[in-house]
Design a protein around this ligand. Structure first.
Ligand SMILES: [Zn+2]
Length: 271
């Protein structure tokens, strides 16, 4: 469907999940305190679903723009804007599911008739499988955001495979369908992790607009960040887990009706 996908994911390497006191976006409270080490056995879900279709959300060559302090050169194989030929936008929510914020975001999306994509952390989905089901039941896409949220580019290939594979297995167990989308923590992909992502049957997804909700800039700040940059096909990054997300919920409730009044249709990402 999205063969005309454009251009490169936004990397924001250099931000790290651990240690949790480093002030990074997803470092604050909100996740289960269980930090189980990733398993190093072979994932039960081997993929690939479509071995011949490498990086199915194939970006258009030549688009590599990324701004912002600390931005790293984006990987050219990761989509951040999807050219669908329609006035669609792609809201994404990372680091959940979370027992408070995920239901609140689902409620706002439902009230507006909007669809979105949720990139879930495996250990959170394991803790709250009913929320995973709620996301899917509302018609949203569920993507893989690894089991414990490590920076994949710092892991050996076996650990990357385990982080992604274990999460796909869990989603498959709960929903009956393995995910076909993945987002690396911090947007940090490299060639080995992209190969493993693809072998597991998933397309890598970046973002074009960082709502910066993780900095808790206030409802106005998040709303302005999204409204100022919105354009057809843009993938928007927000978070339903990993910290205090009430500003994310309130901002969504504010900007979503405006965007839809402007003719944007919030859709789920489909590889
Ligand atoms: Zn994340």
């Amino acid at each position: 469907m999205l063969q005309a996908a454009l251009a490169v994911g936004a990397l924001s390497a250099g931000r790290f999940f651990f240690p949790p006191q480093d002030g990074t976006p997803e470092a604050a409270a909100g996740r289960p305190d269980r930090h189980r080490p990733p398993p190093h056995d072979t994932p039960r879900y081997p993929g690939p679903a479509h071995p011949s279709e490498a990086y199915r959300l194939r970006p258009m060559a030549g688009e590599t723009s990324l701004s912002g302090p600390g931005a790293s050169p984006p990987h050219p194989d990761v989509a951040h804007t999807l050219g669908t030929g329609r006035r669609e936008i792609f809201l994404t929510f990372d680091d959940g599911p979370h027992p408070r914020y995920t239901p609140e975001i689902l409620r706002v999306l439902r009230r507006n008739g909007a669809r979105a994509t949720f990139f879930v952390i495996g250990e959170n989905a394991d803790a709250f499988p009913e929320l995973l089901q709620d996301i899917a039941d509302d018609g949203h896409a569920v993507g893989n955001h690894t089991w414990t949220h490590p920076q994949l580019t710092k892991l050996p290939p076996g650990a990357v495979r385990s982080e992604l594979g274990r999460t796909s297995s869990l989603i498959d167990d709960v929903l009956g369908t393995a995910p076909n989308l993945a987002r690396a923590p911090y947007g940090a992909w490299d060639d080995p992790s992209l190969s493993i992502c693809n072998e597991l049957g998933m397309s890598p997804v970046g973002w074009a607009i960082d709502s910066r909700d993780w900095t808790e800039p206030g409802v106005d700040g998040i709303t302005d960040a999204v409204m100022a940059e919105i354009r057809p096909g843009a993938i928007v990054l927000s978070h339903d887990g990993g910290g205090e997300r009430s500003q994310t919920v309130d901002a969504l409730d504010r900007y979503l009706p405006h965007l839809m009044a402007d003719g944007y249709r919030p859709a789920r990402i489909e590889p």
